[in-house]
Design a protein. Sequence first.
Length: 321
Amino acid sequence: MRKIILGRTNVEVSAISLGTWSYGGANHSGKMAIGWAGQSESDSTSALKRAWELGINHWDTADVYGNGRSEKIIGSMWDDVSRNDIFLATKFGWDRGPHKQWYEPKYMKKTMEQSLVNLKTDCVDLMYLHHCNFGENGEYFDDAIEVIQKFQEEGKTRFIGLSDWSSYNVMQFIERCNPDVVQPYRNVLNDTYASSGLKQYIDSHNLGICFFSPLKHGLLTGKYTKPAKFDSGDFRSRESDFSNLEILQTMQNNKKLLVEKFSTHPHPVMRGVVDSLFSDSQTGCVLLGQRNVTQVETAATLGNLLTNKDTEWVRDLYKKD
C-alpha cells in the first residue's frame, strides 16, 4: 500500500483509508435513513484485522455511525491489532441529542468523551467537526471550535479536522477553523475540489486532505443493472440516482470502457474511478468503505497514481453534459 504524508500532521498513512460508516448498520435519525443495512459484526472485525495486515493504517469512523456501534467495533480490536499502528479518526456533530442546534457545547463534550470510551483509547489521532452547519449566520462556530480546541489541549485528540458534503461550505469556515485535515465529498461525478477553491487552499497551507464517498455509495462500480431497493435504515434508499435508469446505464457503459482501459489491473473499474482522484492531490488519501475481507483485499490493490493522460480520460468519461 502506497503511503502518503498527511499534510502538516507529518504522519504517514495509507493512501487508501478505511471507512467504517457501514459498520454502524442500518440506522435512522427520526424518520430519515442514515445507515447501511446488511452489515454483520463478524464481517466488520474481519475487515479491520485484514486491513491492518495489509497496511491500511488510517481508519475513519464517527459517533453517529450506528449510534456508537462502529466506534465500539473498532475499540474491540486492540487485543488483535496494535493501537499504535493505527491512525484513528472520528467525528462528531450529527448527533445533537435533545438540542435544536448542532454543536451545543455541553453536549459536544459529552459525545466526544463517549467516543473515547467507545474506541477504548485515551486519545484519537484526528477529531473532525462532522459538518459545517454552524447556524444561519455561523453563530455557533466559535463555541464549536473552542470545545474541540480544548479537547486537543487536554491531549484527547492530536489533530483537528473539518468535514462537509460541500467543498463550498468548507471554504466558508476553513480559515477560522484552521484544521489540520479536511474531509470533503468527492468522486468523478461530483467534483468541486478545484472549482470551490479548496484545492488551492489545501496546497498553499499544506493541509491533509481525505476524500469521502469516492464510489458515490457504490453507484460508480457499475454493478447496478436495474433500480436498487434498500432495506429500512439504509442511507442509499434516499439517493435517487440508484433508481435512475439513464444513470445506471451510463455506469454500465463506463464500466465496460474502464475494463478495457485498465485490463491489466485486477480491479479495473476501481483503478479508474478511485485512483484518478490522486492526480491533483498526491499527498492526499481516499476514504474507501470496506465492508468485508474481500473489499479490503480489493482496496489494497489501489492507491497508486495514474498518468495525467489516463486521469483526464477517466474524468472525461464522467463529465456531465
